[in-house]
Structures are given as structure tokens and as C-alpha cells.
Design a protein around this ligand. Structure first.
Ligand SMILES: [Zn+2]
Ligand SMILES: [Zn+2]
Length: 259
């Protein structure tokens, strides 16, 4: 399995950066995991936007789904051949959180035109907390994690078995992501915060917390993501490495990981 970082910014982009977006490829299967603002252009640098089997969205915050708009325009009007409205099998699948149905993507598209733009460009389907889905040669498991809207962390493995990649999505400290990631080859965890939220429910992690969760999950490698270039990168790495008990990395656009 090959994982390529397209964007790793939090809700506001790094200088020259993009929000959440990762390509996961194995055999003949290609997923786009998250489609935040700035991701569609990066996807085009990586591959044809027609050659994506499924777009998987962990939760419906803008920095994880906003570029579904330009992607849908491309599938509707682009030179690579319009697929919108055609047979569902010819369109990329779009896996959305089930709780909201198509309501958010209809609101999003409807702000500027047809509210069915996105659902006609993709083949929408839903993932469920605790559920498992097979997409081509990959198997995905979804578990709910604490955030400000319903959100699933996602574990991805070859359907035939093999090393796993686990994506923590956006989350506050929790046990579910530890259980999901246990023994994974590669874990991407968010490290949005310099300090824990001062009040209210937890919805994000500090680097130290990410390191600690990864250590308890006994993963082989930890990559921090969803953190701003405005944070002190060295202090972030030191805090996470202390928690993890081994060196960690910060995701970088263009970086590739093979598991
Ligand atoms: Zn979020
Ligand atoms: Zn986010």
C-alpha cells in the first residue's frame, strides 16, 4: 500500500499548502482519503481525477470536504470526460458519514447552483460507525471518535491481508483510536493543538497526546498531521517523540509512505 500526502494543514492552509487530503493506492485500487480545500489541485498533480475509485470523507468539516465542489465541476464539465449523471459504476464512489445523508453536500452545492451537483458527479454511499467496507482491493474499518461533529477514524488494509494504515481523522483523546490502530504499520494522527482546549469538549490532540496514544497502540510508525506551519515544528516533534518513545515525523505535502 502506498500513502501519499496531498495536504496536511488544519482548518486554515499552510503557506502554499492544502487542507486534509491523502491518496491510498494498492494494486489497481486508488482512494482519495479526505478532500479538503486545496486538495483537488494537488490530486491533479498526482493522477487523473478520473482514476480515483472512491473518495472517503471522515467527517463533514470544510477542511475535509470543501474540494468536493471543484472535483464535482471537473467530473461534470472537465476535459477528462464528463461522467456526471452517467452510470454509477463510471463515477468515483463518494463515501460519506451516514448521519447526515446527503444534506450537507446538497447545501454546499446548492449555495451556487444545482444542489445535486456533487451527488450526480460521484456515486454517493455511506459509511457507518463500527462498519467495514471493501473498495476494490482494500478493506476499510470505521470507528467513531470524539470531535465536534460525528467523525470516524479509518483503518485501511489490503482486502487479502497485509500491513495496515490507520488514519485518526480529527479527534480528541480517546480509546477507540488506540484500539483501531493497535499493531498498525503506520498511524497518521492529528496534532492540531499546542495546549489542550481550555474549556468545552475535547475535539483535537496535542502532539504529546498523539505520541502517547500511538505508543499505547504499539504502532510501528507515527506521522503527525493536521497541524499548522505556524506551530514550532521542533517542539512539536520533541513532544510527540517523548510520548511515543521513538522518533516521529510531521506529514509533508508530497511525502509518500509504503507499508
Ligand atoms: Zn474537523
Ligand atoms: Zn479538520
Amino acid at each position: 500500500m502506498r500513502i501519499t500526502v496531498l495536504g496536511k494543514s488544519p482548518a486554515w492552509q499552510d503557506a502554499g499548502g492544502a487542507c486534509s487530503g491523502y491518496v491510498v493506492e494498492h494494486g489497481g485500487t486508488r482512494l482519495l482519503l479526505e478532500c479538503g480545500n486545496g486538495v483537488f489541485g494537488r490530486l491533479r498533480e498526482h493522477c487523473s481525477y478520473r482514476r480515483v475509485d472512491a473518495v472517503v470523507i471522515s467527517h463533514l468539516h470544510a477542511d475535509h470536504c470543501l474540494d468536493l465542489m471543484p472535483y464535482a465541476y471537473a467530473l461534470t464539465y472537465g476535459r477528462a470526460g464528463p461522467v456526471a449523471g452517467g452510470a454509477a459504476a463510471d463515477r468515483p464512489a463518494l463515501l460519506l458519514p451516514e448521519y447526515d445523508g446527503l444534506a450537507t453536500i446538497r447545501r454546499l452545492a446548492g449555495l451556487w447552483g444545482s444542489e445535486t451537483l456533487i451527488e450526480e458527479a460521484f456515486a454517493p454511499a455511506f459509511h457507518t460507525p463500527g462498519g467495514t467496507l471493501e473498495i476494490g482491493e482494500l478493506r476499510l474499518r470505521f470507528v467513531p471518535v470524539p470531535h465536534y461533529v460525528p467523525t470516524c477514524a479509518i483503518d485501511i488494509a489490503p482486502a487479502a491481508g497485509g500491513p495496515r494504515f490507520t488514519f485518526g481523522a480529527d479527534c480528541g483523546p480517546n480509546e477507540a483510536v488506540v484500539d483501531l490502530a493497535r499493531g498498525s504499520e503506520l498511524l497518521f494522527l492529528e496534532a492540531t493543538l499546542e495546549q489542550p482546549e481550555a474549556s468545552g469538549p475535547r475535539g483535537h490532540l496535542t502532539a504529546a497526546e498523539a505520541g502517547e496514544l500511538a505508543r499505547r497502540a504499539a504502532v510501528r510508525r507515527l506521522v503527525l498531521t493536521h497541524l499548522s506551519d505556524e506551530l514550532d515544528q521542533r517542539a512539536t516533534l520533541e513532544a510527540a517523540s517523548r510520548g511515543f518513545g521513538a522518533p516521529v515525523e510531521i506529514a509533508r505535502a508530497g511525502a509518500e509512505y509504503v507499508v
